[in-house]
Design a protein around this ligand. Structure first.
Ligand code: ZN
Length: 129
């Protein structure tokens, strides 16, 4: 399962950011998962629940945004969204000269944390120093 490794990576990024922000608890996590990474949402949620137990990220809400890939036909110039299963040809002219951009990211966009001493619901700054 690819998702186990990627979820471990996500969690470590989140916990590092939470620690840097001196957060008591992580409330929400905004994730971008590219459609072309092959990662499914459900296993990520499942592993996250499992791995985050006993950490400040336990119970955090995962908001997952799917990022579609974009195909650009080198023959007719058309652009079109690309989702697996991948079509090997341009849907407009049938050319196989296609370049694909995007859709390959899997990253933590931002997290929202509850601060240690301040009022709850404060916004976290993952890179706050
Ligand atoms: Zn085309």
């Amino acid at each position: 399962m690819h998702e186990l490794a990627i979820t471990q990576g996500i969690l470590s990024v989140v916990l590092e950011a939470a620690e840097a922000a001196r957060a008591r608890r992580v409330l929400t996590i905004d994730l971008t998962v590219g459609a072309l990474t092959g990662y499914a949402e459900d296993p990520i949620r499942f592993y996250f629940d499992l791995l985050s137990r006993g950490t400040p990220a336990e119970g955090a809400i995962l908001r997952i945004r799917r990022e579609p890939g974009q195909g650009h036909c080198q023959t007719c110039g058309a652009t079109f969204p690309v989702e697996p299963p991948l079509s090997p040809a341009c849907p407009f002219c049938g050319s196989v000269e296609i370049r694909i951009h995007g859709g390959t990211h899997c990253l933590v966009e931002r997290i929202e944390v509850e601060d240690e001493d301040e009022h709850p619901g404060g916004e976290g700054h993952p890179s706050g120093q």
